[in-house]
Design a protein around this ligand. Structure first.
Ligand SMILES: [Zn+2]
Length: 276
């Protein structure tokens, strides 16, 4: 299992170096290959463009496996394999959008000055997430490591930093699009991923217990009332039948140095069900 964000102190804490710079070169001379089959839209948040993802190349194969609904929205960079009881998603966890955490020589690098140092650089991973086709309703605390995968193949982590560290402080190390790499270079999102969603009802990904996670809003644009796991039962753009699903949820810091600060997170630290 990949180390937890917290266990590896992914955001550093060493004030000696920051990987991002406002005076960077702007990347290599070519285009970012990871962003192939995406189109940047005019919705830009924090300098990060929301992207649409062209999934034509993998739609037929997915449907032939019996996959439908939300699964058809996952980028073709995510390899999906269905069994009788589960869906396995495999990706390299690299973002399909620019980041200040790529090496400056990488075509996907973009300059950005974060407020909190993180000395790590993005490295390709072998991320495998298997989720149950029929989720349970046995609430489970999130342990170490990734807790889900986003539609673009990036790992989803929970709402915790390393013991003793403050995730609200570490949020200052997120890049323009809301992610950062941990010590082994695994890029991940804890919060709102602006290249996928901003204050909307977009599908963001799936958590390891098999429930999907959406943006702040329901499909009718209302702000849902969420339970302690950050979800509720209702219809979604992918399901006309009411189903349990998670949403981005806003949390308020009780930390010593960040008390009162608010952040949107993809999890509350508790699964509604049980991971495989
Ligand atoms: Zn909802």
């Amino acid at each position: 299992m990949a180390p937890a964000c917290g266990a590896s102190k992914d955001a550093g804490g060493s004030a000696s170096s920051a990987t991002s710079s406002s005076t960077g070169s702007g990347g290599g001379s070519g285009s970012c290959a990871l962003a192939a089959n995406t189109t940047a839209t005019s919705t830009v948040t924090n300098g990060c463009a929301r992207r649409t993802r062209d999934t034509n190349a993998c739609q037929a194969a997915r449907k032939a496996q019996g996959l439908g609904g939300a699964w058809l929205e996952f980028s073709c960079r995510v390899t999906l394999t269905k069994t009788s009881t589960s869906v396995q998603a495999v990706s390299d966890s690299q973002p399909d959008h620019p980041s200040s955490y790529f090496a400056t020589s990488n075509n996907c690098y973009e300059a950005y000055k974060t407020s909190f140092p993180n000395p790590n650089l993005i490295a390709a991973q072998s991320l495998t997430v298997s989720v149950p086709l029929t989720p349970t309703t046995t609430k489970t605390n999130m342990g170490l490591g990734f807790v889900g995968v986003a539609v673009n193949g990036v790992a989803i982590f929970d709402n915790q930093a390393a013991p003793g560290d403050d995730i609200f402080l570490e949020a200052g190390s997120f890049d323009r699009c809301g992610g950062h790499p941990q010590q082994q270079g695994q890029y991940h999102y804890h919060g709102e991923p602006y290249a996928i969603s901003f204050d909307d009802a977009a599908l963001i990904g799936v958590l390891r217990d098999g429930y999907f996670v959406y943006g702040r809003r329901d499909a009718d644009q209302s702000l849902p009332t969420l339970d302690a796991s950050g979800g509720h039962t209702g219809t979604t753009a992918d399901s006309p039948t009411p189903v349990y699903h998670y949403h981005l949820n806003q949390q308020t810091s009780t930390g010593a140095t960040t008390a009162g600060q608010k952040q949107w997170f993809l999890t509350t630290g508790t699964y509604h069900g049980t991971p495989l």
